[in-house]
Design a protein around this ligand. Structure first.
Ligand SMILES: NC(=O)c1ccc[n+]([C@@H]2O[C@H](COP(=O)([O-])OP(=O)(O)OC[C@H]3O[C@@H](n4cnc5c(N)ncnc54)[C@H](OP(=O)(O)O)[C@@H]3O)[C@@H](O)[C@H]2O)c1
Length: 257
């Protein structure tokens, strides 16, 4: 059993307006931590009034670095990076365009690096701190028809695992978490047709119990690990089993009629 530590004053969730990031932000705010969301749009709906919001567009490199360098709250003890750009649709690599490629790197990789640069010294100063990155099964399975997503998530995870090894867990626990399957989020819904059946998709709230435990313990038991969160809100290390690929089978992989 990992011992708990007093909750910090403040938390920041980059990409916390919707989806998994929002699930984490709501969980931290529910603990009474002053939780700041950074995203292009203001958080909406139940619980939004408990979240502070700062506008951030990670595609504008100069402005985004300025916002992250000067806009993180004082007393910062918890950081989650959940911002993502999936692109409009899944497509073979040769059918994708360079703007999508650039935007995926801006949101999925560069923003993470800028956040880590700005946040780690603050977390260290208020040790113990937690830096949580939302990862993906695609890091372990590759992603046909979503090569940009796969490449950027793998780069992001590699960055996080490298930084974890450079970081004293007594100061900051660097942890990754990923869903065991698909999660029903606005980013995913934007890529699905009307009438799509989401009944076997997870809810972002499945991340709430893990987020709460990581806040209370600062992730001391999980530093350097990547955790797989299941739809019943339980979790285990990726070392105990990687999540199955969420890529769709390609035509040549389907059984012959
Ligand atoms: N959903 C899944 O099935 C699934 C599966 C595996 C892994 N994941 C991982 O989970 C994480 C969250 O995914 P999600 O599905 O929850 O996503 P989501 O609902 O689309 O949320 C993405 C977040 O990123 C923010 N964002 C997007 N573009 C941005 C930009 N240019 N500048 C600043 N913020 C930006 C969005 O806010 P604004 O739009 O307001 O800017 C939002 O807060 C990602 O790391 C993803 O790889 C998700």
């Amino acid at each position: 059993m990992t011992s708990t530590v007093p909750l910090p004053t403040a938390a920041a969730v980059i990409g916390g307006s919707t989806g998994i990031g929002r699930g984490v932000a709501d969980a931290w705010a529910a603990l009474g931590v002053e939780t700041h969301v950074f995203s292009r749009s203001r958080p909406q709906g139940p619980g939004a009034d408990r979240l502070a919001w700062t506008r951030l567009d990670l595609r504008d490199a100069e402005e985004a670095q300025r916002v992250l360098r000067y806009g993180l709250p004082t007393g910062l003890g918890l950081v989650c990076y959940s911002a993502v750009y999936y692109t409009g649709r899944r497509a073979p690599f040769l059918e994708t365009d360079d703007q999508d490629w650039q935007d995926q790197f801006s949101v999925n990789v560069h923003g993470l690096a800028w956040t880590a640069r700005a946040a780690l010294p603050l977390l260290r100063a208020a040790a113990p701190g937690l830096f949580l990155h939302i990862s993906s099964e695609v890091v372990y399975n590759a992603g046909p028809h979503r090569a940009g997503y796969a490449a950027t998530k793998a780069a992001a995870s590699s960055l996080v695992r490298s930084v974890a090894l450079e970081t004293d867990p007594a100061e900051v626990s660097v942890v990754e978490a990923m869903p065991a399957g698909m999660v029903d989020t606005p980013g995913i819904r934007a890529r699905r047709s009307e009438g799509f059946d989401y009944s076997d998709y997870m809810a972002p709230g499945a991340f709430a119990p893990l987020a709460a435990e990581l806040a209370r313990t600062r992730g001391a038991a999980h530093a350097g690990d990547a955790l797989v969160v299941r739809d019943d809100a339980t979790w285990s290390s990726v070392a105990a089993g990687t999540p199955v690929s969420q890529s769709r089978p390609l035509a040549h992989q389907l059984p012959e009629e």
